[in-house]
Design a protein around this ligand. Structure first.
Ligand code: TXA
Ligand code: MG
Length: 312
């Protein structure tokens, strides 16, 4: 089957592939996921294989609504209730204690952890698939481990090729960065990954939130991540970007994240992929200010840059 035959907007086909134990590219409002039935052990194991991801690195479970999310949870803390009511469906993942009666497949999804990450995506096609699979779909971002997340169906096919059975094409992702993750299994809750649901918006609805200090407890958040092949050089202003570019020995491109941070969040991964496609050596990224969505953009760019720190 050619790449073009393995992609399209056919929800029925996507559901048929999932029911047969296959893996699909699933469009969401954040990034594309590599999805499989979260109750099917061999399908979940295939996600880890295709992604090249360590099996103790847990996956997010995508569900159609809060009722379906609660079926995975041992309890539903007040913070989870408030956040789910306020922001679901949307780009927010909640971590709660997992139902102790979880099956082997379900424990494989969480990498053997006692907690589970749950998300209700706000995307028309994802919702239609989830209505047919209300038990939940395990889905990490549909890139190979450690690489830039995909924000179009083409990106998924570029990365995963024949390893994905079908890519449900829902167009370019609206947000462009992975969901915000809030750990509600601890008290007070803690933001583990920043995203489009900003720290400011979460603080506005929660009575208490742990200060974001110290290393992140989301496994996989510490290593270099989100990395293109080109070297990423984060700078704080355009003037410095020009100086860095002038000193660059190879080809370079300046990416300006300061002027319009939300638009930049949307475009960031596509821009980094384009640098690689065009054979650019260095992407000099002007970071947005550390507020709102700017926080999430800075986080991803600094992680992408961490891959090359050792070269300095
Ligand atoms: O926007 C998103 O969240 C996308 C789309 C596809 O939904 N998914 C995504 O998945 O970014 P992934 O696997 O690339 O990132 C999930 C993150 C990982 O850093 C993982 O360690 C963390 O969530 N995570 C998952 N379950 C967890 C748990 N029980 N405790 C702590 N961290 C967890
Ligand atoms: Mg990822």
């Amino acid at each position: 089957m050619t790449a073009s035959e393995r992609r399209g907007p056919d929800v029925d086909r996507a559901v048929a592939v999932l029911r047969a134990g296959g893996v699909i590219g699933l469009p969401t409002e954040t990034v594309y996921g590599l999805a499989a039935d979260a109750h099917d052990l061999s399908a979940v194991e295939r996600i880890f294989r295709v992604k090249g991801r360590p099996t103790d690195h847990p996956l997010i479970v995508h569900v159609p609504d809060t009722v379906a999310a609660r079926a995975w949870a041992a309890d539903w803390p007040e913070a989870a209730a408030v956040l789910a009511d306020t922001f679901w469906p949307g780009p927010l993942t909640l971590i709660v204690t997992m139902d102790p009666a979880a099956t082997t497949a379900e424990r494989c999804v969480t990498g053997g952890r006692p907690t589970v990450a749950l998300r209700v995506p706000d995307h028309r096609l994802a919702q239609r698939v989830l209505q047919e699979m209300p038990g939940g779909l395990a889905a990490p971002s549909a890139n190979r481990f450690g690489r830039v997340s995909p924000t179009t169906a083409d990106h998924v096919l570029d990365d995963l090729g024949d390893d994905v059975d079908y890519v449900l094409d829902g167009g370019p992702c609206q947000v462009g960065l992975e969901s915000t993750i809030v750990d509600c299994s601890v008290d007070p809750p803690q933001i583990l990954r920043h995203g489009a649901i900003t720290g400011e918006r979460i603080t506005a609805v929660l009575a208490r939130l742990a200060p974001a200090t110290g290393p992140s407890r989301a496994p996989g958040m510490l290593e270099s991540h989100y990395a293109p092949r080109c070297r990423v050089r984060p700078v704080e202003d355009v003037e410095t970007a020009r100086t860095v570019a002038d000193r660059c020995r190879g080809t370079w491109r300046i990416l300006d994240g300061r002027t319009d941070p939300a638009a930049f969040a949307h475009d960031l991964y596509a821009l980094l992929r384009r640098c690689d496609d065009d054979g650019i050596d260095e992407a000099v990224v002007v970071l947005p200010a550390d507020v709102g969505i700017g926080r999430a953009v800075r986080d991803r760019v600094l992680k992408a840059a961490a891959d090359h720190v050792a070269d300095d």
